[in-house]
Design a protein around this ligand. Structure first.
Ligand code: ADP
Ligand code: MG
Length: 350
């Protein structure tokens, strides 16, 4: 049985349903990211797991035990929030020791555990500092150490990196993952940042309006999005309206493409075809390449990648090429052939 399971969990605030039919099974030691736009219910899910909110429906189990109505202080959960919730009047050492004192651990054991945690986050040299004397990234490290010190059963992180600068955000997320692996602690990590979710997690839950649209590995979320929402929220996507010209033949952008995808959809559903910018090319790559004609509009230099904006029938299509591989870019206004493989088509309905 999975270590953490949410079964048909729902939450109603007043008359609005904020989370519904939420199923999730997390294995012991797994790192799962909960990804979605602001307001989709991520924090509410986390608060229900922590015991700060009681589900209106469904059940939650941790380590085989039904905790649906168990109070937060009996769940042994470590939490880290976006705002550095350190105790401002305590130094780093005392912040990290806090949960251990509450648990009644003896002083020598506390001292040992605190040293261990400080070395884990590489802040042993700052043990005497107070929170106001630390950078945002250092404060979040301390918050992490404080959450982990009492050996919680679960680690829950709610947008822990969102307030930090881009560089610190990346290095701290790598540290969080390293520490999580070292301790093999089962972790739920909430974020609205798709790159963060894909890069850090074993599996990602993409939330949309209180529901889990897809739960899968980062690669699968990106390469095989289950819904149009997932496809558009994760990564960049070019979309074309499409229709089934006849069974097995998809028509879009003036093309008729035989598709192996058995797409069954209701008459009132619209089909769209998505293409990721990096699957498009201005050069012919294989005999079977499909192509549409467009006009170069502009280019943006993104560092590793150069992104071209190309007009195809009044629609702006984005194409990415590696900086090294770019060669000469067609000038603005030039007519170009956009080439792609039918295997890269994401056929989606809504
Ligand atoms: P997220 O973390 O994804 O941004 P939240 O879980 O914080 O989303 O909130 C989801 C929705 O639930 C929002 O519309 C929010 O306003 C509403 N909500 C959250 N907490 C409460 C509450 N205690 N009372 C009423 N509405 C709430
Ligand atoms: Mg939130």
């Amino acid at each position: 049985m999975s270590y953490l399971t949410l079964e048909k969990v729902g939450k109603i605030f007043g008359s609005s349903s904020v989370v519904s039919d939420f199923d999730l099974a997390v294995e012991r030691g797994e790192f799962v990211s909960v990804l979605g736009p602001s307001g989709c219910g991520k924090t509410t899910v986390l608060r229900m797991v922590a015991g700060f909110e009681r589900p209106s429906f469904g059940s939650i189990r941790i380590g085989g035990e039904d905790v649906t109505v168990q109070p937060a202080n009996r769940r042994r959960i470590g939490m880290v929030f976006q705002a550095y919730a350190l105790f401002p009047n305590m130094n780093v050492r005392d912040n990290v020791a806090f949960g251990l004192k509450v648990a009644g651990m003896d002083r020598r054991a506390i001292a040992g555990r605190v040293e261990e945690m400080l070395s884990l986050i590489s802040l042993g040299h700052l043990a005497e500092r107070y929170p106001y004397q630390l950078s945002g990234g250092q404060q979040q490290r301390v918050a992490l150490a404080r959450a982990l010190a009492p050996r919680p059963k679960l680690l829950l992180l709610d947008e822990p990196l969102s307030a930090l600068d881009a560089k610190i955000r990346v290095s701290l997320r790598e540290d969080i993952r390293r520490i999580q692996r070292e301790l093999a602690i089962t972790t739920l990590f909430v974020t609205h940042d798709q790159e963060e979710a894909l890069s850090i997690a074993d599996r990602v839950v993409v939330m949309h309006r209180g529901r889990a649209d897809q739960i899968a590995s980062p690669l699968e979320i990106y390469n095989r999005p289950a819904t149009r929402f997932v496809a558009e929220f994760v990564g960049t996507l070019n979309l074309f309206d499409a229709e089934m010209a006849q069974p097995g033949v998809l028509r879009f952008a003036g093309l008729n493409v035989e598709t192996p995808m058995a797409l069954t959809c209701r008459a009132d559903e619209k089909i769209v075809v998505g293409l990721r910018p990096e699957t498009l090319s201005l050069e012919r790559r294989t005999e079977d390449d499909l192509s549409v004609t467009g006009t170069m509009l502009s280019t943006s230099f993104l560092g590793a990648v150069i992104r071209a904006q190309i007009d195809v029938d009044g629609r702006v299509i984005r194409l990415d090429m590696l900086n090294r591989g770019a060669g000469r870019l067609p000038p603005i206004g030039e007519t170009v052939e956009l080439r792609f493989s039918k295997h890269d088509l994401l056929v989606l309905s809504n």
